[in-house]
Design a protein around this ligand. Structure first.
Ligand SMILES: Cc1cc2nc3c(=O)[nH]c(=O)nc-3n(C[C@H](O)[C@H](O)[C@H](O)COP(=O)(O)OP(=O)(O)OC[C@H]3O[C@@H](n4cnc5c(N)ncnc54)[C@H](O)[C@@H]3O)c2cc1C
Length: 371
């Protein structure tokens, strides 16, 4: 893995498009029809946030190309109103109506830009649904995205959020991220090392609103590079030491469907809190009181503790506040159980944080973006 990530990939070595790229382009063309810039005013974002909150934006603008984005930015940056770029809204908690412009990318182009040994670089537009991209990669049996299958959201946000699941973070397969700088409208490409990827973190979170991701170049592998250390995935090795991307993808989807609420049926934003990272000393102290406390090593000085376990120990599974609830099957998730308002969710999150702090002296940090 290390060798793969560190190997250099110069633009001069790019080769002509492989046959697979045509398939991908054709698939994509079929799936998306070009649409003009869409502008809507006093617009409900209910369908654009997976909590399903009925909040309104002054303006909602959807564009389909980098040129259109630059034009739109030239218009809206002259206004003093705030601007927020969203994907599918699967990691957002709107706490009130948004008195500004919501931007959304419809950039759907996808192509293979290089083959080099067993590595392949694939450039995907920011507006592509992340799981559609994973499905395509699985069809091609190109390794890299399979453990990240079925995560809601779009390609652009995946690179902002550094999405992760089952032992893989997207930062490990990002080659570069193409952006537009909001203040100037100029393109800027971030190499993977410049993105400062960390646990659910990237430079784009720290410089939020400064850059809009327009495309992401992924570095995938045509030969197996599998990550099957996560519990239920380990057994895949029993049937086949080198399972295909599709086999891994199917297993990941099955696990996710058994544990996580589908946003179509039950509103949520996935894991509401990050798993806290604490010092080894603090962990050793807690272990004396809670001998069963699970942990994962981070480095020589720190460990990560599953936030779900902490919340469960506080007896909060199923706890409701107004229409919001702590999900019974996975207490790290807060759900919109019954017409929750933003303040129901905010209040429930505060209760969870407070309970965990009182019991364990650990401060939970939200993974969800409060808007
Ligand atoms: C049921 C469920 C399960 C989930 N499981 C996981 C999981 O396993 N692992 C995981 O990591 N996450 C998970 N999530 C969280 C979520 O899917 C990810 O954070 C996802 O990347 C968000 O994508 P989005 O397109 O919905 O982005 P949004 O939620 O719309 O936006 C997220 C952030 O990205 C910014 N952004 C969006 N698009 C762009 C762009 N083009 N340029 C610049 N900034 C942009 C937004 O401003 C915001 O700050 C889950 C969510 C749900 C609802």
């Amino acid at each position: 893995m290390e060798k793969w990530l560190n190997s250099t990939f110069s633009r001069q070595t790019y080769v002509s498009l492989p046959a697979e790229a045509d398939t991908m382009t054709a698939h994509n063309k079929e799936r998306t029809k070009a649409m003009p810039v869409t502008k809507k005013h006093n617009y409900s974002l209910r369908k654009h946030n997976t909590f399903g909150l009925d909040i309104k934006a002054n303006q909602y603008v959807s564009y389909d190309s980098v040129d259109e984005l630059v034009e739109v930015l030239a218009e809206i940056t002259t206004s003093s109103q705030p601007m927020l770029h969203i994907g599918s809204g699967s990691n957002l908690l709107f706490t009130q109506d948004f008195a500004g412009t919501i931007l959304h990318s419809g950039i759907q182009s996808i192509k293979t830009i290089a083959h080099h040994g067993d590595e392949v670089l694939v450039r995907a537009g920011a507006g592509i649904v992340w799981d559609d991209f994973c499905a395509l990669m699985a069809q091609l049996n190109w390794y890299g995205t399979e453990n990240l299958s079925h995560i809601p959201g779009e390609v652009g946000a995946a690179a902002v959020q550094n999405i992760g699941a089952y032992g893989v973070e997207v930062g490990s397969i990002v080659h570069e991220v193409e952006t537009i700088e909001v203040s100037t409208g100029r393109p800027r490409v971030f190499q993977a090392t410049e993105c400062h990827y960390d646990y659910r973190d990237s430079i784009f979170k720290h410089r939020h609103g400064e850059y809009i991701v327009t495309a992401v170049v992924f570095r995938l592998s045509t030969t197996p590079r599998v990550h099957l250390d996560y519990g239920a995935l380990q057994q895949l090795r029993n049937n086949d030491p080198v399972p295909s991307t599709q086999t891994i993808r199917d297993a990941v989807i099955a696990i996710r469907e058994s544990k996580l609420p589908s946003p179509d049926r039950l509103g949520s934003a996935g894991s509401f809190f990050k798993n806290p990272v604490i010092s080894i000393e603090a962990y050793a102290g807690l272990l004396r009181t809670y001998p069963g406390m699970p942990h994962y090593p981070v480095d020589e000085r720190q460990v990560k503790v599953p936030a779900a376990w902490l919340i469960e120990q506080c007896g909060l599974k199923g706890r409701c506040h107004g229409g919001a609830a702590v999900y019974e099957r996975q207490p790290l998730i807060l759900v919109n159980k019954n017409h929750a308002t933003p303040s129901d969710i905010v209040a429930l999150a505060e209760q969870v944080k407070e309970s965990v702090y009182q019991k364990f002296n650990i401060q939970l940090q939200p993974e969800v973006n409060y808007i």
